[in-house]
Design a protein around this ligand. Sequence first.
Ligand SMILES: Nc1ncnc2c1ncn2[C@@H]1O[C@H](COP(=O)(O)OP(=O)(O)OP(=O)(O)O)[C@@H](O)[C@H]1O
Length: 254
Amino acid sequence: MIRFENVTKVLGGNAVLDNISFEVGEGETFVIVGLSGAGKSVTLKHMIRLMQADAGNIVIEGEIINDLGRKALRELRAKFGVLFQGAALLQWMTVHENIALPLRELTHTPEDEILRLVDEKLELLGLADAGAKYPSDISGGMQKRAGLARAIIMSPKIILYDEPTSGLDPVTSRRIDDLIVNMRKKLGITSVVVTHDLHSALSIGSRIMMLHHGKIVENATPEGFIRSKDATVQSFLESQYITRKGKWEEFSHE
Ligand SMILES: Nc1ncnc2c1ncn2[C@@H]1O[C@H](COP(=O)(O)OP(=O)(O)OP(=O)(O)O)[C@@H](O)[C@H]1O
């Protein structure tokens, strides 16, 4: 579904992505971890051509996206729902209006259908009572969920999440994890999640890839990741109090 083939990106004189190749299969929840500056967000940005590779190919659903024209690029981006850092809700619109916005701006969907679709998403994300409220009147966790509702309103095939649980308390973070898992279970959506939170990664990921200085140091199932012999992965695990002897089942949602 998403394939990076020998992708290199140089920014400020550094190879932020250094000849990386990986693949995300349909219906996966693919998690990218790594220290600050490892190239995680840059990787996400390449998937929707917010950044362009200097070398190598990025293939989405069998199509190389490196040189797409404007129309094809619009079609490409319509496949994606994006939840980037900060839910980026418009403060002067209600939650309901925020979620409806992509449909109103980008489609000719009739108004009664828009209302129905937004109500359906509010229900799905446990926000049924929050539609009429403004973003400043709801909690951070609710804002993330509202951002997620907006990200899925156009029925995307793929959702990109950049740090979906940052700034949230542990309980709310686990609720967001549950929602990410549900996106796959209920809607069959493929997800790519960038996170610092290894507990979250181990809990929701079908695969976990670790980037370090622009290179892939591990790409494995959660079980394989926790048992990785790579020294960088090991110290990353230890920094979050997870040891190789830990049982990954403790984290699993299944
Ligand atoms: N537009 C840009 N111009 C120059 N350098 C950039 C640009 N975007 C990112 N970088 C650099 O690329 C590197 C990787 O950035 P990226 O945002 O992907 O890191 P990250 O792994 O997501 O980190 P974090 O966890 O802190 O968000 C960093 O060193 C960053 O300074």
